[in-house]
Design a protein around this ligand. Structure first.
Ligand code: G3P
Ligand code: MG
Length: 380
C-alpha cells in the first residue's frame, strides 16, 4: 500500500501526522503575537532538521470577522501564508444554519462586522442589536447609540419582523443592551420585539459560537468571555421563568466542531500533498532524491499519478497534535472525540502553570514552539 508517511517529494517530505492550533493564548494574546509562534510555524512549514512539512490548521473559538480577515491577520503576524481552508472560527460551522433560519439576530463583535460575516455565509436577513436600538431607543433605556453605532444600524420595523434565531457570533461589546434584547426575544411571541409570551415557549432558539467562560488577552488576568454571557443570560432566564434555558453550542469542545475540524484538516492535508505533486511536476524532479531509509521498502515506486490517487484516498492523520491553552475547551476537545488526537497544554494563556487542569493533557509545555518540537521529536 502507498503510504503518505515519509514520502520524499522534491527533497521534502509530508508528514502523516498533523497539527491543530488554538489561537488566543497560543498564537496571540490580544494585539500581541506570542513570540515563539513564528518559529513554531516555520518549523512545520519544513524548516526542521528532518526536512519534513507538517500540515496544520487553526481551530479557534474566537471570531467576529470573516475567515479571510482572520487569515490575513494570522499571515501578517506570522509572516507565512495562512489560507481560509486552514481556519475554523467559533461561528464557522454556523454556516450550516443558513437553510434552517431566514431571519437571524446576530450578536457580538465590532459594529457591523458580524452582520457582514453572516451575510457572507448566506443568511437571508441578518439583523443586529444596533438595528433594534435604532428602531426604538427605549429598548435600552441607558444606552443611546453613538454616531459610529448609528452608521452600522439599519432601518428595520421590528414590530413586523419575526426573528427565528439568535446567533451569538462573538463577544458582546455591550452586555447590558445585548442581554436586554436577547431576553426580550427569548420571552417573546415568535421572536417579535415588543411582545411577551406567558408560557415562554414561543421565542427563537439561541446559539452560541462557543462557551469559553474566560479567555486570555494581553491583560495579566483572564477576561470573561462568551460563556460568561451565556451563564448570565441563563441565570436571568431562570430567574424570570423558573425554567432552564436551552442553548445550542458551537465551538470547542463540542463534537460538531470536532467533526468539522476533521473535515477541514483532511481537505487541507490533501491540498498540501497535491501542491507537492504539482511542484514536483513543474520542476521535473519528482522523487529524484528518495531516501531509502525513510521510505517503506515494500512500496512500489511512487509516480505522480499514484500520488494523485493517494491524495483522493488519503487516510486520516496518524496523530493530530492539538495545542491549546484552555483545559475546559481545548484539552477536553482534543481528548474527547478521537484517540488519535494528542492534547498539548501550553502556559501562555488561560491555564496557570502549577495548577491542576480540569482536563488532563497528554503533554504540558511552556509555549507553542516547545509543543511543536516535542511532537516532531516524538514522531522521528
Ligand atoms: O473569544 C475568543 C476566545 O474565547 C477563545 O479563542 O483561540 O483560545 O479558542 P481561542
Ligand atoms: Mg485559547
Amino acid at each position: 500500500s502507498l503510504r503518505v508517511k515519509k514520502q520524499v517529494i522534491n527533497h521534502q517530505r509530508v508528514a502523516s501526522y498533523a497539527f491543530a492550533f488554538d489561537i488566543d493564548g497560543v498564537i496571540v494574546r490580544g494585539p500581541e503575537t506570542i513570540p515563539e509562534a513564528k518559529e513554531a510555524l516555520k518549523m512545520l512549514n519544513g524548516e526542521n532538521e528532518y526536512n519534513i512539512k507538517v500540515p496544520y490548521i487553526f481551530v479557534t473559538n474566537g471570531g467576529g470577522r470573516s475567515e479571510s480577515a482572520r487569515c490575513k491577520d494570522l499571515s501578517d503576524r506570522l509572516g507565512i501564508e495562512v489560507t481560509e481552508d486552514q481556519v475554523i472560527q467559533g461561528h464557522t460551522p454556523m454556516k450550516d444554519l443558513v437553510d434552517v433560519h431566514k431571519t437571524v439576530l446576530v450578536v457580538g463583535g465590532v459594529g457591523d462586522a458580524c452582520r457582514k460575516v453572516a451575510e457572507e455565509y448566506g443568511f437571508e436577513k441578518v439583523v443586529t442589536p444596533l438595528d433594534v436600538m435604532k428602531w426604538n431607543p427605549s429598548v435600552t433605556p441607558y444606552h443611546t447609540l453613538t454616531e459610529e453605532e448609528l452608521k452600522c444600524a439599519r432601518d428595520i420595523d421590528f414590530s413586523k419582523t419575526k426573528i427565528e434565531a439568535i446567533l451569538v457570533f462573538a463577544d458582546s461589546r455591550n452586555w447590558a443592551a445585548d442581554q436586554q434584547i436577547i431576553l426580550e426575544l427569548l420571552l417573546s411571541k415568535n421572536g417579535v420585539m415588543g411582545t411577551y409570551c406567558d408560557t415562554h415557549d414561543e421565542g427563537p432558539g439561541i446559539y452560541f459560537a462557543h462557551s469559553d467562560f474566560v479567555w486570555a488577552t494581553n491583560y495579566s488576568l483572564n477576561r470573561y468571555g462568551m460563556g460568561a454571557l451565556q451563564v448570565s443570560i441563563a441565570a436571568l432566564y431562570r430567574e424570570h421563568t423558573g425554567k432552564e434555558l436551552q442553548v445550542i453550542r458551537f465551538g470547542k469542545p463540542q463534537r460538531g466542531t470536532f467533526k468539522y475540524a476533521n473535515k477541514v484538516l483532511s481537505r487541507w492535508r490533501k491540498d498540501v500533498l497535491e501542491e507537492h505533486v504539482e511542484q514536483s511536476q513543474a520542476s521535473d524532479s519528482v522523487f529524484s532524491d528518495t531516501d531509502e531509509e525513510e521510505t517503506e521498502s515494500d512500496d512500489e515506486p511512487l509516480t505522480v499519478q499514484k500520488l494523485s490517487q493517494l491524495t483522493l484516498d488519503l487516510p486520516p492523520a496518524s496523530t493530530v497534535y492539538f495545542v491549546g491553552d484552555t483545559p475546559e475547551s481545548d484539552i477536553r476537545f482534543a481528548n474527547s472525540h478521537d484517540a488519535s488526537w494528542h492534547s498539548i497544554l501550553v502556559n501562555t494563556g488561560v491555564y496557570q502553570a502549577g495548577t491542576v487542569p480540569k482536563y488532563k493533557p497528554k503533554h504540558t509545555c511552556e509555549n507553542v514552539l516547545e509543543a511543536v518540537k516535542y511532537a516532531i521529536e516524538r514522531e522521528h
